[in-house]
Ligand binder design. Structure first.
Ligand code: NAD
Length: 290
């Protein structure tokens, strides 16, 4: 397949390289001049997407996606699919899809989970919104870049699934960390805390698979000085997107709002930037109620 790939950053470069390695003809463009292995470099976005059957974007946010889409859509071949894998707000995803479909293109929003390791290893999970036909066109590419692609319904639903999942993740990680800090103060060992909670009704992915306490449970970023992993600032971004969506949809999400406020202070004022999102545990450890 002839593929245009826009945004060759931490995630985009390995994803594009995996498509090239699988035998697809991939042409890439990144405004910062980034490149990827096996990927031809174009001088501009419109040049990269010329004649492509699928155009993939992997960009920082919704505002940039809207700008890039406005530039690319008129340059795309009729019937091609515009496939955005960035994590962006639901409204931008739906606006871009509408614009692509009005121009006779297919459109998919397909944010990922799995991080940089998943991008490099081709083991991402894709949460996909858009038509059946566009999903069928992109499916072989999802199978190369990832291990699972879930079709979640019409445009925007991929982003909706991603931000709802990550809102649960942010909230449960905070709950797990504050409970560990309380257990410390009550004289409970971390091993005992893990053994009980991981097999009781307080269990979660945060506790069982990604335990924020070093030396306890399976290997996780806490065992590596809280080096990400999944960076706190990326969690902050996703919690911001879920609150933006909740406001637009008039949904009551008090726990999501509290998680956003905590990650905001953590990243902006408490040294959390560049740390894994599970470094909430040392943050709580250092504090009392005041
Ligand atoms: P990144 O900043 O490393 O990469 C984004 C790239 O887009 C950069 O190389 C930048 O130069 C390029 N870019 C910006 N504006 C452009 C333009 N107008 N034209 C062409 N290229 C442009 O970010 P990343 O970590 O690769 O993340 C990309 C997306 O994936 C984000 O939406 C992020 O939320 C999401 N995501 C990231 C992770 C992760 O662990 N890094 C995990 C899941 C989802």
């Amino acid at each position: 397949m002839k593929i245009g790939f826009i945004g060759l950053g931490n995630m985009g470069a390995p994803m594009a390289a995996n498509l090239a390695k699988a035998g697809h003809e991939v042409t890439g463009f990144d405004v910062a001049g980034a490149t990827a292995e096996g990927v031809a470099q174009a001088a501009s976005g419109p040049e990269a997407v010329k004649g492509a059957e699928v155009v993939i974007t992997m960009l920082p946010n919704g505002a940039i996606l809207r700008d890039v889409a406005a530039e690319l859509i008129p340059a795309m071949a009729p019937g091609a699919v515009f496939l955005d894998c960035s994590t962006v707000d639901v409204e931008s995803a739906r606006a871009v899809a509408e614009q692509a479909e009005a121009a006779g293109l297919g459109a998919l929003d397909a944010p990922v989970s799995g991080g940089i390791g998943g991008a490099a290893g081709g083991t991402l999970t894709f949460m996909v919104g858009g038509s059946e036909a566009a999903f069928a066109t992109a499916k072989p590419l999802f199978d190369i870049m990832g291990q699972k692609a879930v079709h979640c319904g019409p445009s925007g639903n991929g982003q909706a699934a991603k931000i709802c999942n990550n809102m649960i993740l942010g909230v449960t990680m905070i709950a797990t960390c504050e409970a560990f800090a309380l257990a410390d103060k009550l004289g409970l060992s971390r091993e005992a805390m893990f053994d009980v909670v991981s097999t009781s009704s307080g269990y979660s992915w945060s506790m069982n698979a990604y335990c924020p306490a070093p030396g306890v449970g399976p290997q996780s970023p806490s065992d590596n000085g809280y080096k990400p992993g999944f960076a706190a600032e990326l969690m902050l971004k996703d919690l911001g997107l879920s609150q933006q969506a909740a406001e637009a949809a008039d949904a009551d999400t008090p726990m999501g709002a509290a998680a956003l406020a905590l990650y905001k202070s953590f990243v902006e004022d408490e040294g959390g930037k560049g740390m894994d999102f599970s470094a909430m545990l040392p943050r709580f450890e250092k504090r009392g109620r005041g």
